[in-house]
Design a protein around this ligand. Sequence first.
Ligand SMILES: [Zn+2]
Ligand SMILES: [Zn+2]
Ligand SMILES: [Zn+2]
Ligand SMILES: [Zn+2]
Ligand SMILES: [Zn+2]
Ligand SMILES: [Zn+2]
Ligand SMILES: [Zn+2]
Length: 1759
Amino acid sequence: MAAAQSDRDPPSLLCSEFLHFSAKDTALRWLAAVDLQQEVSNHLAVYVPRILCLGPSGGSSREEQWEEQQEDMASQLLLLAPLEWLLLGEEPATGLHLLQENNQPSALCGHVFKVGEPTYSCRECAADPTCVLCMKCFLGSIHKEHRYRMTTSGGGGFCDCGDAEAWKRGPYCQQHSLAPREAEEDPVSVLPADMAVRGFSIFSIILKYAVDLLTWNQENQENLLPAGLEPPNREDTYYCMLFNDEVHTYEQVIYTLQKAVNCSQKEAVSFATTVDRDGRKSVRYGDFQFCDQAKSVIVRNTSRQSKPLRVQVMHSSVVAHQCFALRALSWLGQIIQYSDGLRRVLCEVGLQKGPEGEYSSLVDKLMLNDSKMWKGARNIYHQLLMNSLLMDLKYKKIFAIQFAKNYRRLQTDFMEDDHERVVSVTSLSVQLFTVPTMARMLMVEENLMTTIIRTFVDHLRHRDLQGRFQFDRYTAQQAFKFGRVQSLIGDLKYVLISVPSEWSDQLRLKFLEGLDAFLELLKCMQGMDPVVRQVGQHIEMEPEWEAAFTLQMKLTHIISMIQEWCSTDERVLIEAYRKCLSALSHCHSGLPDGEQPISLSVAGHCVETFRYQVSQDKVSIHLPVCRLLAGLHVLLSRTEVASRFPEQLPLGQLSPPLLIELPLRCLVLCAQVHAGMWRRNGFSLINQIYYYHNVKCRVEMFDKDIIMLQTGAAMMDPNHFLMIVLSRFELFHIFSSADCRKRYREANKDVVQQNNTLIEEMLHLIIMVVGERYVSGVGQVEPSDEVRREIIHQLSIRPMAHSELVKALPENGNKETGLERVIDSVASFKKPGVTGRGLYELRPEWNKHFNLYFHHFSRADQSKAEEAQRKLRRQNGETTALPPPAPPLLCPLFGSLVNLLQCDVLLAVEDAVLQWAVEPSGGGWTESMLQRVLHLVGVALLEEEQQLESSSRDDDITFNYSCKITRPGEAPSTSGSAMALLESLQNAPHLEVHKDMITWILKMVANIKTMREQTSSTFTVPVCQGQGPEETVRDKDKAERKRKAEMARLRREKIMAQMSEMQKHFINENKELFQQSLEELEVSTSAAVDNSPPSSESTCAAQVCVGPRRVGGAKRRQLVTCILCQEEQEVRGQGRAMVLAAFIQRSTVLSKNRRCNLPDPERHDPLFMDPALSLGIHTASCGHIMHATCWQRYFEAVQLKEQRRQQRLRGHTSYDVENGEFLCPLCECLSNTVIPLLPHTHTPDYRVDHPCLEAWLKMTNQQIAALRSAQRKPSDGVAEGAGPAVPEGFRVDFTPQNPFSSSVREMITTFSMSTYKVGLKLNPNEQDHRVPVLSWSTCAYTIQSIERLLMEEDRPLFGSLPCRQDDCLSSLTRFSSACWNAAPPTTVQSHFIRLLAALVPDSQVENNLSILDIDMFHLLVYNVMSYSSVHSLDQSGLRVVDSAHLHLLHLVTVAHLVQILLTSTTEEVCMDQDGGASEEEELTCQLYNTLRKHLGSVLPEVTSGWQLFRCLKAGILPFLRAAALFFHYLNSTAPPADLLVAGPGQWEVLCSFLNLPSNLLQLHQTHHTLLEPLIHRWCCHPGVRQTLQVGGVIVRFPRESNQLIQLPEDYSVLINQASSFTCPRSGGDKSRAPTLCLVCGSMLCSQSYCCQTEVDGEDVGACTAHTSTCGAGLGLFLRVRESQVLFVAGKTKGCFYPPPYLDDYGETDQGLKRGNPLHLCSDRYRKIERLWRQHGIAEVIGHAQEANQTLVAIDWQHL
Ligand SMILES: [Zn+2]
Ligand SMILES: [Zn+2]
Ligand SMILES: [Zn+2]
Ligand SMILES: [Zn+2]
Ligand SMILES: [Zn+2]
Ligand SMILES: [Zn+2]
Ligand SMILES: [Zn+2]
């Protein structure tokens, strides 16, 4: 540490000061002084520069932290302690304690939120969505039982617990309800009087000091520092201070710093991080010139593209004082926490007017300088404001007024500020304006509403000649500013969010004044962004449209809220209506006068209008003034003001044709766009039309236009209305010509088509105008009916998830849709499975409310819904007609709308279309047209029926549509009646589709006729059900036949539908989890069929898989088919090689020790696997077999394709060809190598004698000795005569013949090299002696991991594996038993010698490991595999290889028993051992005592043989199971039937299958003499004693399977955890993307520069870095803020995966956008865990990337 210090060592310098300084004395001196302020200033002037900011702060964070601690300590002792003494008049600790005890704490919680902390809002009780609770308060509140929303805080803001205005119910949590509250007692009075006085003066001095310094701008001042603070002995050192901005990126800053101050990349990153966090950071320290130099380099380097980074050279004492100012503010914040009285004193000090009058209080000064301060300073003083002013109810008001007074200036400053809003003081508005009483008060007293709107309008300066906003030619700067201005709308929303329950005259006045301002704003929007149809050429440049729509979208809620306000007060409503109307007429007066009046006449009616064509003149989508008027008009109707005070309304001024004009133009524009007339106007227009109808805008756009048309139509002669509509649609000439009933003919086909679409659109519009009545005020409905209808129509398309429904419904300002109130009445909920999400399905009884022409359907929605509904009706055996549903009654103000349905013009139009439809369409008319006309007819008939039903006498009924259509020739057109036409159309063959509907209409007419005939209106005949009275028997027969045929057809269709559904289902399920499903579907046929023919051998009791009596399966021929060429091929050693696509990866799934470092690949010796299984190599396969040659050709083609790709696209695949990766040609499974298929092992030679263990060991030792001497010989040159005794037939110089063809040999090498490459991360090297070891290793590890998997899932050991795993294991095992052939025999032999020495200690083998350091299963596999190389030299003709395997198994088993006993931890449990101990228990005790004899007290004394034995049995079981799998695959032995089922008590079967005694201790007992010395040597290995004594990682058996970490049930617990997680690198800083490792539970600071680490020479993010140790390159994480699971593999691969957390609607919330409470779904979590245990993550990533190419481009390594 000393070396890093500069020559001025601060602590030593101050040491004497510390000793002699007394805070108490200083305080007493000050108290006695005349001018306290001067005394304190002098003190600060002396000490502050000596304590703070001394010299350069180093790049390393540790150094910096240490320095900070020093500064903290010194500031506390020398600067703050005297102040505390002075304030309290006694020892601060005692004083503060006392203060707190006497305090009556505020009932407000006021907890200030950290970034990422969870916040809760009750959707039932919160006054508005900004009212939130902290987690602690939430859990103690009544709201946790309510419907709540959870979000993560963006930082800032505080808990509203205790604020009675924020909550409709339950404003206090348990904790905060305890505080006694006396109304408005002055908390200062609780303080001792002298303390209040002292507090006042101290707070004044300190706050003023802090404010002066933070707002100090040295450059504008003569003095270095504010008066009184000039340092006594001035030393001129400077800092080069770098400031934060939002313009430059991290990379730019880092790069610039490296250049400018010549620091390392690491230091630069650290500087940049601090700048970003604190807002400033000194990057250089020294004399002025030195710092100035750095400044100019930085400015020069960053000024090129944008404005330069802000850098300032600052005097060190200024920096020191500023640092202390911040500490002083924090100190103030802490002190006032102890006492509400002191808090009020501070508030008083802060808001006290200064000498300069009105805006001169210290708080004013801070606010007005806000945009000039750096981020860190702002954060600290904002926090202080929140802790003081906002916590004191009295001063909160005073502050709010001050804030409102400054509002305009603060906002203007904010426009120029280049910081985000969260660090601007303007963001405090949410705390002030959302309190309803406060908002009202500010509105009344400070005219806040008007101020906000005016400020807003002032900042949007770009206008066209008519004074409308003009957003085209929009620069980035303007866009930025526009973005900022929008926050004002947010403020306005806060002010308006709660509707007043009572109005005062003042409030009315100010609200209406605000409305005036608002209308001015809307007037600027009315008619903005007009468009003109482009003809001939395509538009050159897409016009800007987004800004205008952004504005509209932002204002949508405001407009709705203003209407809501108006609806609560009649006087306001009337006045608002007047104002809006006059604003509209003002807009209309701006319309060009050039429009010529024309007169139209049709069907005997005549109307005056003017010539205007949408297709030729200007038209705009933006008509907010009209739309507001429409909204207010509905309110007049809803509140019945219109009927009660008609005299007060300016209804006489309304000119209906003017009202409808602009909305009609807009709707015609949409129709023309649909008709393709505006194609040349580009996408901009398409987008506008889209948003016009979109759920985000439509409430205040499209919906209101329809209402306006309804308003106008209700006030006009319906014929006139329709004529104007016809004219604006430019269709008038078609329907006005005398022979319009003849098909309209036009030469130009395009024009015909265009007109057809326009007619369709127009008919649709008429349907909407008469039919859309689900707005309270238009129709007699409740708001909930409106929502219900929306839901019904969404669900008519298909069942939907909750979030989909929410998205389809408009939200109000409180972010509510009203969905929850009605959903259960119309839909039933279907829970999700392990995938997918929960869905709502429409209850069948609501189907009859379906309206095909529902106005919010898009065209796609409409056709989907139509299809779905027809299908449904067919399935139910109903008619497929989709008649209109019965419409609700209209409100009186809109009552005359119905007349549209029976007016002459509409009848003429209907007539014409029906007439056209008589002839098959040749393009002259369309079916949609007809369908719409039929719908209109239907609506009219329903209307008539309703009127008939509800009226008691016939003469009430003014509506007689049915008469009109049955009487011919009333309209000028003369031929037959519409009724007659319909009757003739009913059976027209070209109208089969519409037949049902026409039939419905005819029945309806008949019905009405009957009703009319009946004088009493009590008897009505329902329409759809039953059969008409005059139906004859013959008709009935016909109907019956038809019904049967229909039933048959339906059955057919149903079956077909079911089948296609099943297929779809299958594909969908499998797409996501192809592998899982495979496993479930094909529960290993191969294992069951191949291996267990219930032949004599499997029933044979003594069926064994190892040893000389083992049963082999070698006789069977293996025939396989190549997936590439489809040829069949037998697997033979000498034949054409067949291979299996396979994927090798490193794995830590079984690891019991994740902390160990990865081995150095060059020197790592893999011959012994450690028992913690720290790092294994796993092999998996999709089980698809190819010819080696076919595969090679395929792989070369893949390589070639990749090479041919353009450079920039290269590497953008889900697989890495250069690393040997490819996708299986059949199933696209990620693979990186192939396993060769090899023939079965030979059946043992039963004639050969089985040597006993002693004999075999003796022989083997002789063979080893012979090999050793042979290996020594070549170097000795001459052969020595007296060599060791060589067993008979053993020839050391024998070269066994390689049993494989060259192609098989080649594939063996290929796979060996792959395991080598992946396992060691080295380049392939065939000469390396470790090559065979790695091949054995992957065999052993894969078997082990599969054994664990089967155990965990309770599946039987045999027969339950899917084919692909079965095939993989058998080929893998056979391969590794043969791979020694590819290596030099001496290498493998020396491996065997070392391996055997681990069991049978051999003095000639060095570096022997203790048996506690070896995994026994690996040892067994390696021994068995390597033994072949020794055995191959035995030419005696005695095939003892199987005996050897058995002996090796026995030896390893005993060693494992010893290993287990050594590591066992049996707690003595005193249990009655009834009866004597069993033989097993006695033997176990015996063995244990032998071990204790060797090791003494290192092993605890255990008396319970029963416990030891249990321990032993449990410990060795996994080994035995793995061994059984191994020998089963090695020797192709069929498993015994008992092991094909899961269940307990398989011990005996397992032992006998392995040729072991079921009492394993007999192994020890029978070879006692041989084993005793071995055991002695094992125990005496120094490593054993050391491991047991020192501890360290002792692996105990059975090793428990690893699980993913436990996750909390409630997701907010995780969020809370993450919010208190700080970045481990940048001291105490909050992490932005806290990410949880699901494997080990570490929390990481992901996706951030601060935590990048170098791995293999490349900087990678925290996740990737963690992955390289925790998961050997593979990782599973939970991104807590995103609620998203992240899978990463290596540096380039990754994907996101749905999290295991679901809301109550069965949906995940990736990105945490919706905020519904989330709970753990353990099934889904288990699914993820299973994926991991199965080593399936890499494959999931592969499939995800293959399916979604954008995933490939993500820089996963930076996460
Ligand atoms: Zn709280
Ligand atoms: Zn609380
Ligand atoms: Zn609640
Ligand atoms: Zn082939
Ligand atoms: Zn495959
Ligand atoms: Zn981990
Ligand atoms: Zn970090």
